[in-house]
Write a protein that binds this ligand. Structure first.
Ligand code: SP5
Ligand code: ZN
Length: 341
């Protein structure tokens, strides 16, 4: 029997287009493109189990419940600066000591953005707040309708820390949705992240807290971005000790080996007994992904959906990465279908 999955998106996702990224000192083609959301929306529109809605809430207050206001203000100012200068804003210097003082706008660029993949464009701020609003609206629908919901968020979010952008992410949409659920009365929420890259931002935000269990499966830091985090021994600190789990994988891991790790990750989630599950749903572990490095197939995303659905916890899926645009829509559909099964 089929039920409907509300899909929440924003037209603001179509308003910004990173022209390039910088890698090893060279200009590289941007992976995080408008084409991604276009392909997903087309696939979702053709599926008979989806109910497409445009987000209408103002995301800003919810963004500020997770991110530092100085940081959010910077993203806004840098977006304006980019418009004035008619050029994307990239960092050149990163803090070699952090005394909390960014002396000028050059220093701020490195203070608030941790890599050279994440340019700030005139529309970055608006799109960021609008994407976060999709996640919040998804969480609202989740609370009310207690059925699977999908937030088509672009820009993605899981690399954004409390006060830093990176990895194509500016606001941590999944964390913002989790915080909203807690502020609405939930006591225990889980974020499960199966994007191929470690969700350093979500880990950062909840690392000292026990009210959000963060579980990540990803390509190991030895091989893939964000390189500095994602090791299995990162368990959380203080109150958060024991509320953070990382499952790093070798390159080329395929469906079968992935499934063993998925079972372990889901066992951890089951034991925690969350009231809500937020899935940071990236599809860049697909074997055709140009930057991912793992080897999952499209039918396997349905299995991931099956197993998440079997937890019996209301689940909000928030779109993260996935750069094989030809198959991205099919991967999303396969996964959502799996949750419904
Ligand atoms: C949300 C998400 O999936 N962010 C991923 C950020 C990863 N950025 C690193 C991309 C590096 C691509 N450069 C490869 C050079 C080959 N031309
Ligand atoms: Zn990713």
């Amino acid at each position: 029997m089929q039920k409907e999955i509300p899909v929440i998106y924003t037209p603001a996702s179509f308003s910004y287009n990173p022209p390039y990224e910088l890698f090893n000192g060279k200009v590289d083609t941007a992976s995080e493109t408008i084409e991604r959301v276009r392909m997903i929306l087309t696939a979702v529109a053709h599926a008979d189990f989806t109910d497409i809605r445009i987000s209408k809430v103002n995301g800003l207050p919810y963004v500020l419940n997770v991110h530092d206001s100085e940081y959010v203000d910077y993203i806004k100012r840098a977006s304006d600066e980019s418009k004035q200068e008619k050029s994307p804003i990239f960092p050149s210097v990163h803090p070699y000591v952090d005394f909390g003082r960014a002396s000028n706008h050059v220093a701020e660029r490195g203070q608030y953005v941790f890599d050279t993949y994440t340019p700030i464009l005139p529309e970055t701020y608006n799109a960021t707040v609008a994407a976060a609003a999709c996640a919040v609206e998804g969480a609202k629908v989740l609370m009310k309708e207690k059925k699977p919901v999908y937030a088509l968020t672009r820009p993605p979010g899981h690399h954004a820390e409390k006060a830093k952008a990176g990895g194509y992410c500016y606001a941590n949409n999944a964390a913002i949705a989790a915080q909203f659920l807690l502020d609405s009365g939930a006591k225990k929420v889980c974020v499960f992240d199966f994007d191929v890259h470690h969700g350093n931002g979500t880990q950062d935000i909840f690392y000292e807290r026990a009210d959000v269990l963060v579980v990540n499966i990803h390509a190991a830091p030895e091989y893939k971005f964000p390189y500095f985090t994602g090791y299995a021994d990162e368990h959380g600190v203080n109150e958060g000790e024991g509320s953070n789990y990382n499952f790093p994988l070798n390159l080329k891991t395929g469906d079968e080996a992935y499934d063993l790790t998925l079972n372990k990750a889901l066992a951890v989630i089951k034991k925690y007994k969350p009231e809500y599950l937020i899935a940071s749903a990236g599809f860049d572990a697909h074997y055709t992904d140009p930057i991912g490095g793992l080897s999952l197939t499209t039918p396997y995303y349905r299995r991931i959906g099956n197993k998440i659905g079997e937890l019996g916890v209301p689940v909000l899926s928030v779109q993260e990465g996935g750069y094989a645009t030809e198959v991205l829509g099919q991967n999303v559909i396969s996964y959502l279908q799996g949750i419904l099964d």
